[in-house]
Design a protein around this ligand. Structure first.
Ligand code: UT7
Length: 335
């Protein structure tokens, strides 16, 4: 699965958006049998953002996209492709990316969604990189956007404390100037294990189990997770993906300036970087304030790291994701 291309794709700009409504651990204590202490020590999460009533995944995606386009100094009409990675699309069809295309006025673009759960943004990065390296296009907008609050069972303490809403985006461009190495994507890897579909799933609402008046009360259209099993698998898969991506980029863990991991659980992140012998100070963490925003998590973190100066020109940035499927992906970028 290693794809170590011609180093001709650069991240020209990033953007993100999170809703203003903050849901704290203290508020969750009044909803389910939980505590700030349990959530903080088991996950690291202190609060998460919740979309306003009526605010859609595409609304958030557009806000993040506009910020990324401005940051990249690229106009919507210059875009060749728009990809939205999401598990909480506005509608089953058409793709959320099509709603985004219309709102941006990106008339030339082809728009479609990517379904790889929390790994979706990095899957979109690799797909875009391959399109650009193949010479099919020059400018691609990738977005990770989620309204997980719409598919959360607010009576299930195993899951409702974990997730949040938000969106992040990046503009990728073709850059054939070998002397200009800024923000180059050096490697992308991805993988999946379809034997593990049951441990992280929204079981109902699709063709396998349509929601009917008979089963509507069973909350089948909400997230179900065997947390402990996902946790164990995530640590190994993410560590391996990091090693593959570093090898494909011709780098080692010692070269890494910053790890931007999927923001699901601080203990998972600690376990991965410990195995890679990378100090925790070299990880970018924002799950404390946003929780797990699935496909949006790495996209939001990348934008915050970019805008706050946590990653600087020349830094070796390691991105790594893991999610339902199970799926995983990693990428090395020379910032
Ligand atoms: O984004 C996609 C990838 N997702 C992930 O990577 C998530 C992976 N999993 C995890 O992060 C962790 O497994 C969780 C945070 C979901 C759970 O942490 P854990 O340390 O694995 O806890 P557990 O599921 O083994 O549960 C331990 C105990 C149980 O009680 P008993 O059976 O020991 O009496 C749970 O019922 O904690 C209980 N528990 C809670 N207690 C208070 C579960 N959720 C809560 C809660 N508040 N919110």
């Amino acid at each position: 699965m290693i794809e170590n291309g011609k180093c001709s794709v650069a991240i020209a700009g990033t953007g993100s958006y999170t809703p203003s409504r903050v849901l704290t651990n203290a508020e969750l204590e009044s909803l389910v049998d939980t505590s700030d202490e349990w959530i903080t020590t088991r996950t690291g999460i202190k609060e998460r953002r919740i979309a306003a009533p009526g605010e859609t995944t595409s609304d958030m995606a557009v806000r993040a996209a506009e910020a990324a386009l401005e940051n990249a100094r690229v106009k919507p009409e210059e875009l060749d492709i728009i990809m939205v990675a999401t598990v909480s699309p506005d509608t089953f069809f058409p793709a959320t990316a099509c709603y985004v295309q219309s709102r941006l006025g990106a008339k030339r673009a082809t728009a479609f969604d990517v379904s790889a759960a929390c790994s979706g943004f990095l899957f979109a990065l690799q797909i875009s990189r391959n399109f650009i390296n193949a010479g099919h296009c020059e400018k691609v907008l990738i977005i990770g956007a989620e309204k997980l609050s719409s598919m959360t069972n607010w009576e299930d303490r195993n899951t409702c404390v974990l997730f949040g809403d938000g969106a992040g985006a990046a503009v990728l461009i073709s850059n054939q100037d070998e002397a200009d190495r800024a923000r180059r994507v050096l490697s992308t890897v991805m993988g999946s294990d379809g034997d593990q579909t049951d441990i992280l799933v929204v079981p109902g609402g699709g063709s396998k189990c349509p929601i009917t008046p008979m089963n509507v009360d069973q909350r089948l259209n909400t997230i179900s997770m065997v947390g402990r099993d996902v946790y164990k698998y995530a640590v190994n898969a993410m560590k391996n993906a990091c090693e593959e991506a570093l090898a494909a980029a011709g780098r080692t863990a010692a070269d890494v300036s910053m790890v931007i991991p999927h923001q699901a659980n601080i203990r998972i992140i600690e376990a991965i970087v410990e195995r890679l012998h990378i100090p925790m100070e070299k990880t970018f963490i924002n799950l404390t304030k946003y929780g797990n925003t699935s496909a949006a998590a790495i996209a939001i973190a990348l934008d915050e790291a970019n805008r706050t100066g946590a990653i600087k020109r020349g830094d070796i940035v390691l991105l790594v994701a893991f999610g339902a499927g199970l799926t995983w992906a990693a990428s090395v970028v020379e910032w």
